[in-house]
Design a protein around this ligand. Structure first.
Ligand code: AMP
Ligand code: ZN
Length: 465
């Protein structure tokens, strides 16, 4: 598999630190609000990365943190007059609600900054001991210039970084480029005991500490949105590599931004949408489909049209799913025909094509196109009198791949299918008993649910009107 490594700016063959295992650290949300539609992009994309590695036979450890203490969380808590934990806990819960809706699986570990203060203090102390950091009045700063290779990820010359850092500089820093590892307690803010007095961690250090604790000193892949390249990831590298004396991450992956109607999303411009808002209009799964319909390194444009297109394409995929599942139950007896065997070979070739797309730096857009090719191939058989054997083999192949992308997984659809199928069975039973009043009642009930019935040689089929 080839991945584009932001560090080398090249697609590189993926070689794990330990054969058969992948360790991924993906920067997670700051939990002070519902997450927005832009945040959803890295969560979905790197969930697919993890699923694809698992499909390919790797054991994956996937860590995604919660930044549960920082200025934004504290400000929100002060606005509401509640402790910061109330805000953090509330939005962690809301994260899981939206993530589940979007088909984003729970990470192996979701560490919180506040549960790792000991590990954070330990790495800050190591950096002080090694001369990479210095305390000033209860704060601790990192000497950016001392780390050889500072700027190597964002490819910014030191002069540019210096120029940027000179704005609004804190006089107590030795150098404007230095950044905070530990912040001295301010009145009314949460704080923890440390060798430098009461305080709280800076943002960058939490990821270095948690990656170290949950994944080890050198991890395979570190990921996040492209905005995190500088300063966040640059600083994580400086911290981890100076503390551990070895490379921090072998591959850096960054998703491009999501824009709204071709504009940067911003609260002040009035084009800011949470996932919760968007899901209320389109449902969750079309959002996931939309995110995967472009390559993760291309900017993507969120608009009503693009979501409606995603929705329509997803509906086609669900119709195919229902049709296949129906024939798994109701197809003809016996072995697959010659033509079916040929189609199964064609599906094998399409699975290869799917893998080739995913192996090419996670090209989910092409992978989705392959799924539609599979649907066309399967349908060419389903139009005749397909066997159950074929339907089952085709279903296994098709659903293994939809699962990699986390598509057509909606439980709601499954619940609906179950309910509809139970009603259809009850109607058939009523007909058999010549209880036509009951059969008609069930037919009307299904009609009111928007379900259209169709009698076929294989039995009653249904679809949503
Ligand atoms: P935050 O909670 O702001 O730290 O962001 C969580 C994740 O969302 C990070 O990986 C960000 O890089 C990413 N992100 C934020 N805004 C966008 C956007 N508009 N498009 C894509 N990714 C974004
Ligand atoms: Zn991070």
């Amino acid at each position: 598999m080839k991945l584009f490594n932001s560090m080398t700016r090249q697609k590189e063959e993926f070689v794990p630190v330990s054969p058969g295992e992948v360790k991924i650290y993906s920067c997670g949300p700051t939990v002070y609000n519902f997450f927005h539609i832009g945040n959803a992009r890295p969560f979905i994309v790197f969930d697919v990365l993890r699923r694809y590695f698992e499909y390919s036979g790797y054991k994956v450890t996937f860590v995604q943190n919660f930044t549960d203490v920082d200025d934004k969380v504290i400000n929100k808590a002060n606005e509401e007059g509640v402790p910061f934990e109330v805000i953090a806990d509330r939005y962690i819960k809301e994260y899981f609600t939206d993530a589940k809706g979007l088909g984003i699986r729970e990470a192996t570990v979701h560490p919180k900054a506040t549960e790792n203060i000991d590990a954070i203090i330990e790495i800050v102390q190591t950096l002080v001991d090694k001369g990479y950091a210095y305390p000033v009045e209860g704060d601790v700063y990192y000497r950016a210039r001392k780390f050889e290779g500072y700027g190597k990820l964002s490819k910014q010359p030191l002069e540019d970084l210096e120029a940027g850092a000179r704005i609004g500089v804190d006089e107590r820093k030795e150098d404007p480029m230095d950044f905070a590892l530990w912040k001295a307690a301010k009145p009314g803010e949460p704080s923890w005991d440390s060798p430098w007095g009461k305080g709280r961690p800076g943002w960058h250090i939490e990821c270095s500490a948690m990656a170290n604790r949950y994944l080890g000193k050198t991890i395979d892949i570190h990921s996040g949105g492209v905005d995190l390249t500088f300063p966040h990831h640059e600083n994580e590298i400086a911290q981890s590599e100076a503390a551990n004396g070895c490379p921090f991450a072998n591959y850096w992956m960054h998703n491009a931004f999501l824009n709204i109607d071709n504009h940067k999303m911003s609260k002040s411009a009035g084009n800011f949408f949470t996932v919760r808002d968007a899901a209320g209009v389109y449902g969750y799964e079309p959002i996931r489909f939309f995110m995967l319909s472009a390559h993760y390194r291309s900017p993507i444009n969120y608009s009503r049209e693009s979501l409606e297109q995603a929705s329509a394409a997803l509906t086609r995929m669900y119709s195919a799913k229902e049709r296949i599942l129906f024939l798994v139950e109701n197809g003809a007896d016996g072995e697959s025909s010659e033509s079916e065997k040929n189609t199964l070979s064609a599906l094998d070739a399409l699975e290869e094509k799917f893998r080739a797309a995913m192996d090419d730096d996670l090209n989910t857009a092409d992978a989705i196109a392959v799924l539609f090719e599979m649907i066309r191939a399967i349908n060419s058989e389903l139009d005749g009198t397909p066997t159950r054997a074929f339907a089952k083999a085709a279903a296994d192949k098709f659903f293994a791949l939809t699962e990699v992308l986390g598509l057509v997984q909606s439980e709601q659809e499954d619940d609906l299918s179950k309910e509809v199928e139970e009603l259809i069975a009850a109607r058939q039973a009523a007909r058999k008993e010549k209880n036509f009043a009951e059969a008609d009642r069930i037919r009307d009930l299904l009609r009111d649910m928007g379900i259209v019935l169709e009698d076929t040689p294989q039995g009653v089929k249904w679809k949503k009107a």
